[in-house]
Design a protein around this ligand. Structure first.
Ligand SMILES: [Zn+2]
Length: 390
């Protein structure tokens, strides 16, 4: 966060008139939960302020946009309207210079109930890009120079990214089209398998790993300069991608499975394989953890396992009531939410990008990480990979 935020008050689609599209009331920054801030001494607070001013801060995985205020009532109409609102004003209250933006992903569904269709993904990416092009504060990030520019000019660089390659179907050229539309990072699979490989949700049936087409897709992404993420891919798909790729890869949002972490996450073997490509693993919070302390346990475990050069943060949070969102989605899929979700309806200290990105540097300072270590995990590690891949 180089200089003060250059925010002029622009809100999404301000270039249109009210009657041009359906207006939906959007969530406030802290609607539905009590924010929590890591307590620091005055000296520690000064150190945090200096660090985030000097260093470049990058989120490897978030959904930095608004959901409706009443998710139960308005979610589907908001999605069908096809105008996701970037949370510009709330992002000014983070130290972020850049954020990977995972878009609506499988929720992108103007034409489809089940998501991941080419038309819907193109609609979501291009509509968001049009809106961002009208903002003075945000810029669509296509290069590392854009991240440095955002840092120097008090802006936020938004990196278009997707969590699955399902929408390319059997068309390798679509990778180049998506790159042309701005996409700079893409997952191989979501939880469901696709033409590239086995997804994390299918491993109980059979883990077939990366397909021949998936191998071609990895090679094309390497050539095009699109970063690859193995988040949501099966263990074998992850290991196969690490084997095939010529470039370092990301797991943009991951938890550890072992070392007493007790989470359904990635095995040590997968995490080590990603690090061995020269890649970086972002620590996931989302709905899976009760609080910041548990989140940072995963961080410390990963640092011990793969080394601090290969760890970053990808909290995977959004602006809105995520528990209601999970309820609506569970109802749609005809499944019950796990009890653990309802035990911890809010992630204490990490509920949205503003809370997460203010608390992460505070926690690192409180726990005596050095300036050099903090700089690496807040942004330098991710930028090192992007310098190679992009
Ligand atoms: Zn995800």
């Amino acid at each position: 966060m180089g200089s003060d935020k250059q925010y002029d008050g622009y809100r999404s689609y301000d270039y249109l008139d009210d009657e041009d599209y359906t207006q939906i009331e959007l969530a406030d920054m802290f609607s539905g939960f009590d924010p929590h801030e890591v307590e620091l001494t005055a000296d520690e607070t000064d150190r945090v302020e200096q660090l985030v001013a000097d260093e470049t801060v990058v989120s490897l995985h978030d959904h930095p946009f608004h959901f409706p205020d009443d998710v139960h009532e308005d979610l589907w109409e908001y999605i069908r309207e096809g105008r996701v609102h970037t949370a510009y004003e709330f992002l000014t209250e983070t130290p972020l210079d850049a954020t990977f933006d995972m878009h609506l992903d499988g929720l992108s569904g103007i034409h489809s109930k089940h998501g991941w269709k080419w038309d819907d993904i193109v609609h979501d990416i291009s509509m968001r890009a049009c809106d961002i092009a009208h903002s003075e504060y945000a810029l669509q990030c296509g290069s590392v120079a854009d991240i440095h520019r955002a840092h120097d000019e008090g802006k936020v660089a938004v990196v278009p990214a997707l969590e699955s390659a399902a929408m390319i179907e059997n068309e390798l050229d679509r990778l180049e089209q998506l790159y042309g539309m701005g996409v700079r990072c893409m997952g191989i699979t979501y939880n469901a398998s696709n033409s590239l490989g086995t997804g994390q949700g299918d491993i109980y049936e059979r883990d077939g790993g990366l397909t021949a087409f998936g191998t071609d897709a990895v090679e094309r992404m390497n050539k095009v300069g699109m970063a690859i993420s193995t988040s949501h891919s099966s263990p074998q798909t992850t290991l196969d991608v690490c084997e095939v790729t010529d470039e370092p890869i990301f797991d943009t949002h991951a938890l550890a499975q072992t070392g007493g972490m007790g989470q359904r996450g990635s095995s040590d073997e997968e995490l080590q394989a990603i690090a061995d490509t020269g890649g970086v693993i972002g620590i996931l919070s989302s709905t899976h953890l009760p609080d910041l302390e548990t989140y940072m346990q995963h961080f410390e475990y990963l640092v011990d396992l793969v080394g601090i050069d290969h760890v970053a943060f990808g909290p995977d949070v959004l602006y809105g009531d995520h528990t209601s969102l999970l309820e609506v989605l569970a109802e749609f899929h005809g499944v019950e939410l796990p009890e653990s979700t309802m035990e911890n309806p809010y992630v204490k200290g990490l509920e949205n990008p503003t809370e997460a990105w203010n608390n992460i540097p505070r926690w690192l300072v409180k726990h005596d990480y050095s300036d050099e270590e903090i700089a690496k995990v807040l942004g330098e590690n991710v930028i090192r990979v992007l310098d190679e891949v992009w």
